[in-house]
Write a new protein. Structure first.
Length: 312
């Protein structure tokens, strides 16, 4: 199993702009030096002042806190992290495509791939918070169809200097696109989500499924459904990887409804969880490391990479 780390995540203790910048850089360098596979940045544009009252299920102790939604802009952050690293892969988890212009976004992602030497994982999703769509003047109802057309344009732009696509929401033709990314046929597309719609999108466009906060049995069930969807589309399911993002807490055992929350507790408990995920069919785990400071978070990440991962 490969491991990545979320460097702008839901449990980041450093929420000031300067704190976020230091946190992202230091975790990224720790991941690079410790031999982890990838680093990942999240996206949040704006959010309602009463977000916790509207979405209390998003803020249980092992998920996040409301002020953790204050993250740096994703493409800018990933470009910066590309400049301070040489090896580690660079991922979006995820870019909400309906928030963006599809041609400019394709150019942005291709540019980061070029300047990083071909290290981008293009993580995508539709977005979920209606208030965020309203806050940036995007249409919530059409988000699924718009996301699909974004991906069609991205794939076309990676394949040709003069991409062509005609859809309901966007059409492109007759213009030169530059630069095409270094990775061929395109940077791998990681489709985020765990709904039926997300799995259909994985089967149609994805190189990876990227779920969040799912148990090993849920991983098995979703991969079984993905098998069916790939067969319907004539795709080889073995060509599609499986990843999830989970919070990692090695300082406390978090309890919920009388049971230990997965990926919390002792080293042995967490390693047992990881083995169960691998048996369920997972090949990549993206961890959000719980810590009280950037120093502690870096130390815990190094401990995970140097002491736990080799034992797996």
């Amino acid at each position: 199993m490969k491991f990545g780390v979320a460097v702008t995540n839901a449990i980041n203790p450093e929420i000031t702009p300067a704190g976020q910048a230091d946190y992202a850089a230091r975790l990224t360098l720790a991941a690079e030096e410790s031999g982890l596979d990838s680093v990942w940045v999240a996206e949040r544009t704006v959010y309602p002042t009463d977000i916790m009252a509207r979405y209390p299920h998003m803020f249980s102790p092992h998920h996040s806190r409301p002020d953790s939604q204050r993250v740096l802009e994703a493409t800018t952050t990933l470009a910066y992290l590309a400049g301070i690293t040489e090896r580690v892969r660079l991922g979006f988890s995820i870019l909400c495509l309906p928030f963006r212009n599809p041609v400019l976004n394709a150019k942005t992602v291709a540019t980061i791939d070029v300047i990083s030497g071909g290290r981008v994982n293009f993580g995508v999703g539709t977005g979920w918070m209606r208030e965020e769509f309203e806050g940036i003047f995007a249409d919530y109802e059409s988000r699924g169809a718009v996301t699909d057309e974004h991906l069609e344009i991205f794939i076309a732009a990676c394949a040709s200097d003069v991409p062509a696509f005609a859809g309901k929401h966007f059409s492109v033709s007759g213009n030169i696109f530059f630069p095409r990314p270094l990775q061929r046929p395109h940077p791998p597309i990681w489709v985020g989500g765990k709904t039926e719609a997300a799995l259909r999108r994985v089967a149609t466009y994805g190189d990876y499924w990227n779920g969040i906060f799912v148990t090993p049995p849920e991983v098995q069930a979703r991969l079984a459904r993905l098998d069916e969807l790939c067969e319907e589309r004539g795709r080889d399911r073995s060509e599609i990887g499986a990843a999830i993002t989970m919070n990692l807490n090695l300082t406390d055992r978090t309890m919920e409804n009388g049971e230990r929350v997965l990926m919390t507790g002792s080293d042995e408990e967490v390693m047992d969880d990881l083995r169960r995920y691998e048996e369920a069919g997972l090949d990549t785990m993206i961890i959000s490391v719980t810590g009280n400071s950037t120093d502690q978070t870096v130390d815990l990440l190094r401990h995970f990479a140097q002491d736990l991962v080799p034992k797996l």
